[in-house]
Design a protein around this ligand. Structure first.
Ligand SMILES: *Cc1c(COP(=O)(O)O)cnc(C)c1O
Ligand SMILES: [Zn+2]
Length: 425
């Protein structure tokens, strides 16, 4: 690993590999502006790259000489100049999880630990680093988002560190830790009496009226690309290999599709050998599982649901990229699983007790679904498997109320202590 003080090596005048925005449905191309839907067919826009140009610039060596952050993969991210926000996001630990693996009957298991991402302890710091940098390149001075919690935390922190105006919109029933994790940075926090899906719809209307960078609406094509860094880091940290199985939590479905895209870009550029085995599995809470429902019923469209789950960060009833996530799962031969609230809590506890990692409810969803996939043989014991743990448990403490044993209480003397260590003596 390189020295973090080494400056980012890149020549801003060099021809960039970032080409255009392209409609996922009709293929029409657009300039690299703050737009996210096709004017002709309303399909979502995605960043298109010139892999010939990127291939001439990028190598394992060039990446290894880069900063210890997701910006080491800058050639594959949709910014034109140097990063100006989120300089320390990414390069979180890939933890070999032998004790969790033993509990689940898996011999080759890793956990990608984004509970310690910088600065706000969730995977959202990746997407916000990219979105904020791009928003500033486009000249925005106000940044905003519709959030299930973690996104608002990250947008608030990045806005503070860049001196930008900031509006974050959240559903009214978020966890205390997530709300406080906005307020401390002093953005305008707007609590909306409705679900995330209501918040999102409202923000689309606000975005049409105010000239703001909504990171997951008009800046979404750039924002979403930040998630690819989870695949890039995984491959690099595995010694330039693509795993056989990944398990990814689904909210809007964007993260899952971008992990797939990231592994494919690395393969296409010859940075890793192709792994035709790679299966992408999705994880949802049963209190909000529209993608799982579509998967099990064999439909290829998503029927929106009204969320009711402790996994609030994944509580999107009408997921924007749900269809594309389903498509990736199907193409790769993976599966979608779901977990009940009590299975989510058991998942959080199992991860903590075996690996010493305190994840939020979304991490509990991932572990619970990983367990089900292992139990039914969808993941075989020897397969190289990576589970994505995307947020920190200190932000969702109320989910554990009543689920943990209490401290052992003693009087301040040795005999009182001896009794609890060896009560029979
Ligand atoms: C936002 C979020 C996700 C999933 O994000 P999508 O890209 O919308 O599917 C997963 N885990 C956590 C903790 C999140 O905050
Ligand atoms: Zn189109």
């Amino acid at each position: 690993m390189s020295n973090p003080s080494v400056p980012i090596q890149s020549d801003p005048s060099a021809h960039s590999g970032v080409k255009a925005l392209k409609c996922r449905e009709c293929g029409r191309r657009y300039e690299l502006l703050a737009i996210h839907v096709c004017e002709f067919c309303f399909g979502p826009l995605e960043v298109e790259y010139d892999y010939e140009v990127i291939g001439r610039k990028i190598s394992r060596k060039s990446i290894e000489a880069g900063p210890v952050s997701l910006w080491r993969y800058k050639d594959l991210l949709p910014v034109l100049g140097e990063p100006t926000a989120g300089l320390h996001a990414g390069m979180t630990p890939l933890v070999r999880a032998d004790r969790l693996g033993r509990a689940l009957g898996l011999k080759n298991l890793y956990v990608k630990n984004d509970t310690v991402n910088h600065p706000t302890l969730s995977f959202k710091d990746r997407v916000v680093a990219v979105a904020t940098t791009r928003a500033r390149e486009l000249g925005f001075t106000t940044i905003a988002c519709a959030s299930t919690g973690n996104l608002a935390n990250s947008v608030s922190a990045h806005a503070a560190s860049c001196g930008m105006e900031c509006f974050v919109f959240i559903p009214h029933d978020l966890e205390a830790g997530k709300v406080l994790g906005n307020l401390i940075y002093k953005p305008t926090v707007v609590s909306v009496k409705g679900t995330y899906d209501d918040v999102n719809r409202l923000c689309s209307e606000i975005g049409a009226e105010y000239p703001w960078a909504f990171v997951n609406i008009n800046i979404r094509p750039y924002y979403a690309e930040g998630s690819k860094s989870l695949a890039f880091e995984t491959a690099e940290q595995l010694g330039w290999r693509v795993p056989d199985q990944v398990v990814v939590p689904i909210a809007s479905g964007s993260l899952l599709t971008k992990i797939w895209k990231g592994f494919h870009e690395f393969t296409r550029l010859g940075l890793v050998d192709e792994n035709p085995l790679l299966k992408v599995n999705g994880a949802q809470a049963s209190g909000c599982s529209p993608v799982y429902q579509a998967y099990v019923s064999g439909k290829n469209h998503i029927v929106p649901v009204r969320p009711n789950t402790i996994a609030k960060s994944l509580a999107i009833g009408n997921p924007a990229d749900g269809f594309y996530a389903l498509d990736v799962v199907g193409k790769s031969g993976g599966q979608v699983e779901q977990a009940t609230d009590s299975e989510i809590i058991d998942g959080m506890k199992l991860l903590a007790e075996t690996e010493g990692i305190f994840a939020e409810t979304a991490g509990g969803v991932t572990v619970a679904c990983l367990k089900k996939l292992a139990e039914k043989g969808a993941i075989r014991p020897d397969e190289l498997t990576v589970a994505y743990i995307t947020g920190n448990g200190l932000k969702t403490m109320e989910a554990l109320a009543g689920s943990l044993s209490q401290p052992v209480s003693i009087d301040p003397n040795l005999s009182s202590f001896r009794q609890i260590v060896n009560p029979k003596s």
